[in-house]
Design a binder for this molecule. Structure first.
Ligand SMILES: [Zn+2]
Length: 222
């Protein structure tokens, strides 16, 4: 999303977290993804491998004026994941996605304090987040609550939750888990946006997406 000069405070973080707890209670019935422990994907050569499971997500629909209904991946292949930073609090960004005048949305948004994931647009539909029609058509957009110049918003919980989501999306559509396909908004051709900014820890994020923590444990023989 676009940058606005705003300074978050600890109080704002806490307010955001309390708000989300309330929202989550009202949306408990939507957490179906949480029940799926693992998924198995069949491959052309007959081998089967474990695909990453979706982390718990919470359905908070955007205004139908803020995205385009489609039937991806039939209409368009899903080739990219675009990483954003909101430049808003989670509740404020949520209000923007629900305002039919805004003409903007993302498929998912991850909260700073606890990694809570809201889903605003179905993956089959085209969210308006990249500012580039071709990239919107072929991507999943993930927003992260915070500001590009304030890395304290990028918590362990946020990185872990977002990386689990990205890994699951990659497995679902066969997207390679590399930086050619998991890109920042700043890397979308023609954009004037800078998010997620130089303080976003791409090395850490990509290691998490690729299951780096599990590999480390395995190497120790645990
Ligand atoms: Zn963005």
């Amino acid at each position: 999303m676009e940058a606005h000069g705003r300074t978050p405070t600890r109080r704002a973080l806490l307010r955001s977290s309390a708000y989300l707890a309330t929202a989550a209670t009202g949306l408990a019935a939507t957490g179906l993804a949480a029940t799926a422990a693992t998924a198995t994907t069949a491959h052309a050569d007959g081998r089967r491998r474990r695909a990453a499971a979706y982390p718990p997500t919470h359905w908070i629909p955007a205004s139908t004026s803020n995205y385009r209904v489609s039937d991806r991946p039939t209409a368009y292949p899903i080739d990219f994941i675009v990483i954003h930073v909101t430049q808003e609090t989670f509740p404020d960004a949520m209000k923007i996605f629900q305002d039919p005048a805004k003409q903007v949305s993302a498929h998912y948004m991850v909260a700073s304090a606890d990694g809570y994931i809201g889903q605003f647009v179905r993956e089959k539909d085209v969210a308006w987040h990249a500012g580039n029609k071709d990239y919107n058509n072929r991507s999943i957009g993930i927003e992260h609550e915070g500001w590009v110049d304030e890395p304290e918003w990028f918590t362990d919980e946020m990185y872990a939750s977002s990386a689990a989501l990205t890994a699951a999306v990659c497995d679902r559509y066969g997207i390679p888990k590399n930086r050619d396909h998991i890109i920042g908004h700043v890397e979308v051709p023609g954009t004037d946006h800078t998010d997620p900014g130089p303080l976003w820890d791409w090395d850490r994020y990509m290691e998490l997406v690729n299951g780096g923590a599990r590999v480390t444990r395995a190497h120790r023989g645990v």
